[in-house]
Each structure stands twice: as C-alpha cells, then as structure tokens.
Design a protein around this ligand. Structure first.
Ligand SMILES: Nc1ncnc2c1ncn2[C@@H]1O[C@H](COP(=O)(O)OP(=O)(O)OP(=O)(O)O)[C@@H](O)[C@H]1O
Ligand SMILES: [Mg+2]
Length: 299
C-alpha cells in the first residue's frame, strides 16, 4: 500500500510538472508567436506596397530586436522612395519650363505674331537646354545606379585642363574673364579622361558664370604623394556657408543663380564622377572673395 502510495505521488508530481512545463511552453510559444505573427503581417503589408507598415517592437528581446531592424529597413525604404519621388518631380518641373517656352514660341509663329527667323535662335537654345538636361539626368541615373563604365588610364592631367580651357575660350573672351592654368605639366593621375573633362567643364562653367568682367578663373594642379589635387578658383561673387554645405546636392541652386539658366545638376554629377574615381570633391570660400572647388584623383 505504502509503496503504491509513493508511486501515485511520484506519478502525480510527474504529471503536475509535465502540465506546468506544457503550460509554460504554451505561454512562451504564445508570447513569441504573437509578435512573430505581427512581424510577418507587417512584412506582408510592406511587400504589398504599404511603405508605412511597421511591426510592434515588443515581446521577447530577440523578437523585439528583429522588429526594430525590420522597422529601420522600412524607414530606409521610405526615404529612398521619397528621394525618387522628389527627383522625378524636380526633373519634370525643369523639363516643363523649356517645353512651355517652345510651345509659346510655336503658337506665336502659328498665329502670325512673329517671323520664324525671330524665334529660331531662341528655339535652338531651348532645344539645347532640353538635351543638356536629358543628358545630365541620364548621367546622374547611371552614377546613382553604380552603372558607370570608367576606362581608367594613367595620364597627365594638364592636357585635359588645357582642352577644357580652349573649349571655353570664346565664352570667357565674351565675358572678359581671363583663364589660367597653374602647376606642372607632367602631373599624372589615374582617371577616365572623358569623365574628368566633364567634371572640369562643370566646375569651369560655374566659375565663369559667377565671375564678373575683368575677373580670372584659374585651374591649379598640385601633385601629391598618392593623389593629385585639382582646384578651380574664381574671383567671382563667392559663396555663403549654406552653399558650401549644399551645392553638391542635385537640383540645389543658390538664390542668385535662380535667375540664370541651369538645373542644379552640374556639381552633383561632378561629385558622382569624382567619387567613382575614388577621389573627393569640396568647395571653399576664398579669402578676399571668390570661390574655389577642389577635387582629388588617385595618383
Ligand atoms: N563658382 C561658383 N561661385 C558661386 N556659386 C557657385 C559656384 N559654383 C556653384 N555655385 C552655386 O552652386 C549651385 C549649384 O551648382 P551646379 O553646377 O550644381 O548647378 P547650376 O550651375 O546652377 O546648374 P547646372 O550646372 O545644372 O547648369 C549654383 O546654382 C550656385 O548657386
Ligand atoms: Mg553648374
């Protein structure tokens, strides 16, 4: 009897422990399962296109940490989509302006309010603005997609600078601005000449645009230990602290620049191209007036 009573007790204790373990397992499983279900639901909503879908960051520590990571991913995705939307909105605004100008000129011609010869140069200008903008957007798209094919070569940089200065000679002469190159002729770097020519042209066009008559735009080339330093400096109106910070953002233009043609893409493209070479680019206010924009290329 005594032995049987013990057995029953042992059996009862075992059954009770098993039940407690089962209940505990169910409670723990439930506390993991519910947050995981909510995380799965948020993931399905995000996958379905709801960029605001987020998971509650509660439950056991590991699940809460997973939910936090998921929510951070959601925030990053939302930021990327916002940036895309902004880019498309800005681009279509800038494409619309020359198109509207061309439409107005064509209507005036149709209504006999002007002769074709009156508007031909202006129409050609607007076509140039449009094709420049399309080229720039295309280049920026390739840079941002990481789809740039750089044909890197070890070359002296000064001939590339000279080529750009010759190309801009006529415009500089019209504006009464002197163009100069400073530095050794044999400083070599590793770069794709067509891309660096584009960078230099973008910097030089800006410098020319912002430099009044009798001013000077100089390109200074300085070879260093493991990189070559190129600086485009002008004696123009200079830049404020906000410009130094923001001028490389796409579509950003300073207040004074808004009355002149341009989309605000030149420096964004220059930065993308220089960084694709492994270099850096930055702007500074020159003491005594004017602006300098510098970039480096691996030597
Ligand atoms: N040399 C400079 N002197 C003064 N301000 C400058 C100079 N270079 C650039 N900036 C400022 O930086 C802004 C951005 O330059 P960026 O080249 O990206 O665009 P943009 O010249 O206005 O237009 P785009 O290059 O697309 O024709 C300019 O609008 C201007 O406000
Ligand atoms: Mg520019």
């Amino acid at each position: 009897m005594f032995e049987m009573g013990d057995d029953v007790k042992i059996l009862a204790v075992s059954a009770a422990s098993a039940s407690v373990a089962l209940v505990a397992a169910l409670v723990i499983a439930g506390s993991i399962e519910r947050p995981i279900e909510r995380l799965a639901r948020a993931a399905a909503e995000l996958a379905g296109g709801d960029l605001a879908a987020r998971a509650p960051e509660d439950g056991p520590a590991e699940v809460a940490s997973l939910a936090r990571d998921f929510n951070e991913m959601g925030n990053a995705l939302a930021r990327i989509f916002d940036a895309r939307r902004e880019l498309v909105a800005w681009a279509s605004h800038d494409l619309r302006t020359p198109l509207a100008n061309m439409q107005a000129m064509l209507e005036a011609l149709e209504d006999g309010l002007a002769e074709p010869a009156d508007y031909l140069p202006a129409l050609r200008d607007q076509v140039r603005v449009l094709s420049q903008l399309v080229d720039d957007l295309f280049e920026l798209g390739r840079i941002e997609a990481g789809a740039l094919a750089l044909e890197l070569r070890e070359l002296p940089i000064t001939p590339v600078v000279e080529r750009c200065l010759v190309g801009l000679g006529a415009e500089a002469a019209i504006r009464g601005v002197r163009l100069e190159t400073v530095g050794p002729a044999d400083a070599t770097a590793r770069f794709a000449p067509d891309k660096i020519e584009r960078v230099l042209l973008n910097l030089l066009t800006n410098a020319l645009r912002h430099t009044p008559t009798d001013g000077c735009v100089a390109v200074v080339v300085k070879p260093g230990h493991d990189e070559v330093h190129v600086r485009v400096e002008d004696t123009g109106d200079g830049i404020d602290a906000e410009s130094v910070e923001r001028m490389f953002e796409r579509f950003w233009r300073g207040d004074q620049a808004r009355s002149t043609p341009g989309a605000g893409l030149g420096l964004a493209i220059a930065r993308g191209l220089v960084e694709a070479h492994g270099g850096r680019i930055w702007a500074e206010r020159r003491t005594g007036g004017g602006t300098s924009v510098s970039f480096t290329l691996p030597a």
